[in-house]
Design a protein around this ligand. Sequence first.
Ligand code: DGT
Ligand code: CA
Ligand code: CA
Ligand code: ZN
Length: 561
Amino acid sequence: MAMTNRQVAAVLQEIGQLLDIHEENPYKVRAYERAAELVGMLDRPVATMGEDDLQAVPGIGKALAEKILAIAATGTCPERDRLLAATPSGLPALLALQGVGPKTVGRLWKVLGVEGIDDLEAAARNRRVRALKGFGPKKEQEILRAVEEARKGAERMTVAEAGLIAAAILAVLPGEARVAGSLRRGRSTVGDIDIVTSALPGPANRALRAIAESVVEEGEKKTSLRIRGRQADIRYARPGEEGAMLLYLTGSKAFNIRLREIARTQGMRLNEYGLTDMATGRISVYRTEEEVFAALGMAPVPPELREDRGEVECALRGDLPLLVDETDIRGDLHVHSDWSDGAMSLDAIAAAGEERGYEYVLVTDHSASLGIARGLDASRLQKQQEAIRRVNRTASCTLLSGVEVDILADGRLALPSTVLDDCDLVVASVHSAFRQDADTLTRRVIAAMEHEQVDIVGHPTGRLLGRRPATAIDMARVIDAAALTGTALEINASPVRMDLDDIYIRQAKEKGVKLAIGTDAHSSAELSHIGHGVALARRGWCSAGDVLNTCRRADLPGRCQ
Ligand code: DGT
Ligand code: CA
Ligand code: CA
Ligand code: ZN
């Protein structure tokens, strides 16, 4: 179990926070924070280093080196295990709340006996938090809001989590099965998992029981279960009759309601079993969704569009847009290498791109500035560009040299424009001062877009699903500025970001703004997240022409020629 430096750094950070919760010596706390930063900045994976190599790093002594090696090998160390044993298991999760740090958590626990998010909510509602020295009613309100946000996030899952659970269910069902619901529609988050199967209910229910945490409801038509802390609904359809069931369970609810209206105006009743002719009472069943759409006189609507946002009218007229498809994608426009905080070498990125059949991958390591481990300064960026040229001599997938440059709090960029001039494409992103007010944040990002060298704005709203809300940025103004400056907006396809989301993508597309899909991959497996970004682009009604990554390398903007 060799851990990456990033993972080791996260564990060191966690130990620091646990010590802080326990109000231990601040110097000790600081030592772990510092160690996390140091490990984040190392050139080599700590897993491949010996104790002597580590101790040669300024700031790492013998005791720390031992702990780092233990963490790299096992994921934990005795110090962490001791701390975890002495801490209520619900406490570390409180650190994820906006505005709640280790010191706050420690006091809430020691003074008010708060041991988890439920306790905290109760304490805040009962106005016990404001009684703590230095807290007050305003802080109490903030805590309640943060709890609410966290609950919202925890209720819905990422598409990655939903995909894994769905795959586990599909694997055990003894018959044909299809994913439906919001997961099939490509929504950025998923409430519960919906599956349609033509497997026989008896054997299927037996198989499901074996993998479920608990069975909520079990039947011949429908079974609901809890699995890995989540809910899944399985609907049974007879073989050869799955069409109407898949259509129904895919939704959305608003789309289903429109389809039923359309059926009614044609003298038919639509439900999950088929179409009933109201004059004769005869029911027609369908093997596929396409056949149901055809019976309603409509073109088949791609699942990603089924939200009743104008697609029903288009399907009736037969002028649905031709949506971008994953096969149109010629490259990834946001990938990190081991030159900053990624795990892949440049060669590994080229190989991974080649494996996916890409023409190019844009390497976008972080610029050097506060808060980001191992960012590139001008001279390392230049060295990286030389290294990229060397890789490109033999690789069939071309590495484009880019950078993910920080947009500083005042709208300046973390690297000078002369340096950015040497990049093929430049992504500019906000990584700090997320809590600025709407106007400041919006002006800040627009200022960055006005730099001639900036081609793409990375993860424009800055949200981290379940962890951090979107910034106060005014996307309507940003979209107008993007149109004016010819800057593309990113669709960050990382399952924890999914940023931009569908509504903004559609607004951008309608103003002629190009969208750039990037996985923000830090490892080769994460390149496969591109599909989530394509799904979002489709939900934003994008055709291939709206998406930058469908361009041949020679047609990309920036300085790619
Ligand atoms: P989610 O789970 O919140 O991410 O969103 P969905 O769309 O997967 O919603 P879910 O799981 O509640 O229901 C799955 C599908 O079943 C939904 O997309 C459409 C259909 N459906 C659910 N409730 C109703 C309803 O009251 N009327 C109609 N016509 N269809 C419904
Ligand atoms: Ca669902
Ligand atoms: Ca459901
Ligand atoms: Zn970023």
